[in-house]
Design a protein around this ligand. Structure first.
Ligand code: NAD
Length: 330
């Protein structure tokens, strides 16, 4: 069995690798090759934390099962350890043996950012030059790298609701943006961040829309990554109504979890028929993507375990080839 740490993952798995792995996961999902049961949530006796189990089996050329173990223990912040620790176990579909245990927080950050990367590559205007990133938390840096990986950007504006966070993020991620030759700018307001932006990624914990529809220019591509409960949304209903093309990672999951659609649907402002397709359908050419330069395109993701298993499989293959990680026998 192979054990892989954060450093091991980062040494073998690039953002480009992750984008290609996510595209494969979307295609396998659309072809009906993945079984993804509902997540199991167990709460501790003291209600101080939750343990979640996200299983999946992916057939086709993969033939791998696995489970992501994710917990949420808010008091860990005072203990100086992660509030949302995650670990992925990979199981061989031929033998049933656990073949690898992988640090799951890093895997989640990269595979989630790669969703935005894949969608931006497929849907944004190729000549996009200005992007905006909302949210500078744990997911932020990888999202930044995904944007820079798929488009030749000149400037990325960073906005966070908490004072000081955007400035600190800009400083910390300067080496990354220098590598891509992109200027990182702290945006003074939400409006300043999105005005004239060609691409926007929202990866916040906000319960309410993080920008106004009126400030979004025609042709903009938006990745909605943050909201995942029916009562929270990052995207304004007016923008969702205005969008020419709307894509999701997993139609069923998005329609049961994403307030971005559920709230406007309850208000009679949006119908699920207006979702044009899943990203896998777009990749397979089953549905049309962007149809004009001025069309607004939206990608909404809530994530699902198939993405974790396909990414984990690819990481293990690359680590094995490179001799990275620790092999243990139980
Ligand atoms: N789609 C997926 O597959 C997927 C995967 C992982 C995480 N997520 C979601 O992404 C979101 C961000 O995760 P994280 O770990 O980075 O969270 P985090 O708590 O580390 O950071 C969230 C950041 O958003 C900022 N924020 C809140 N409201 C804002 C607003 N209105 N405008 C700008 N910034 C605002 C906060 O100040 C904070 O800096 C969470 O909701 C998480 O559940 C989605």
């Amino acid at each position: 069995m192979l054990l892989l740490s954060r450093e091991d993952i980062l040494s073998v798995f690039t953002m480009r690798d992750a984008i290609e792995a996510d595209k494969r996961a979307f295609v396998l999902h659309t072809k009906g090759k993945a079984i993804v049961p509902l997540r199991i949530n167990l709460e501790t006796e003291s209600k101080s934390g939750q343990c979640m189990f996200m299983p999946a089996y992916v057939g086709g050329e993969l033939n791998m099962a696995g489970v992501k173990l994710v917990s949420c223990f808010p008091a860990n912040a005072e203990r100086g350890i992660p509030v949302i620790p995650a670990t992925v176990a990979l199981i061989d579909g031929t033998t049933g043996l656990v073949t690898a245990i992988i640090e799951g927080t890093t895997l989640t950050q990269i595979r989630t950012a790669a969703i935005s990367g894949a969608a931006t590559e497929l849907l944004s205007n190729p000549d996009s030059r200005i992007a905006a990133l909302f949210g500078t938390g744990g997911q932020g840096p990888a999202q930044l790298e995904a944007l820079m990986t798929v488009r030749k950007l000149e400037e990325i504006r960073i906005f966070d609701a908490l004072p000081g966070r955007a400035a600190a993020f800009v400083e910390k991620n300067q080496p990354l943006s220098d590598r891509f030759g992109v200027k990182l700018v702290e945006a003074a307001s939400s409006k300043a961040a999105v005005t004239d932006a060609d691409i926007i990624t929202t990866v916040t914990t906000s319960a309410n829309p993080v920008f106004s529809n009126e400030d979004i220019k025609p042709g903009c591509h938006i990745n909605g990554v943050g909201s995942y409960t029916p009562d929270k949304r990052e995207l304004p209903a007016e923008l969702i109504r205005r969008a020419g093309r709307i894509f999701v990672d997993n139609r069923e999951a998005v329609l049961s979890e994403a307030g971005d659609f559920i709230i406007p649907m309850k208000e009679g402002l949006f119908s699920s028929d207006s979702i044009d397709g899943e990203l896998g359908e777009l990749i397979l050419g089953k549905v049309e993507g962007r149809r004009s330069k001025d069309e607004i395109t939206i990608m909404k993701t809530v994530g699902f375990a198939t993405l974790d298993i396909v990414a984990a499989d690819e990481i293990v293959k690359k680590a094995t080839e490179a001799g990275v990680g620790t092999v243990i026998k139980l």
